[in-house]
Design a protein around this ligand. Sequence first.
Ligand SMILES: C[S@@+](CC[C@H](N)C(=O)[O-])C[C@H]1O[C@@H](n2cnc3c(N)ncnc32)[C@H](O)[C@@H]1O
Length: 84
Amino acid sequence: VRAHVRFARTNLLEIEQLPQRFEFIFCRNVMVYFDQDARQRAVGMLERHLVPGGYLFVSHAESLSAIRHDLQLIAPAVYRRSRP
Ligand SMILES: C[S@@+](CC[C@H](N)C(=O)[O-])C[C@H]1O[C@@H](n2cnc3c(N)ncnc32)[C@H](O)[C@@H]1O
């Protein structure tokens, strides 16, 4: 499995663009450290990098209810980008 995985460090608050779009993004227990503005920017950036129908997993401590986004909550802490 490792041969198919690319590991990279990145700062979610500085990066605008990821190298590709993803079907699944796991970002658990990271945004708990961010203030509201930083959380908004990070969620916007992650949302843009989900393919339509792709999933964003956060932790149960990280509600996106105070964040503007177009994701659909499909289960606790699991969001999905709408299909066009
Ligand atoms: C509590 S750990 C959670 C680790 C793992 N996601 C988990 O759920 O076990 C918080 C992680 O957030 C990362 N982190 C904090 N601020 C970050 C940022 N601005 N950009 C990227 N990662 C960040 C830290 O490096 C750390 O690995």
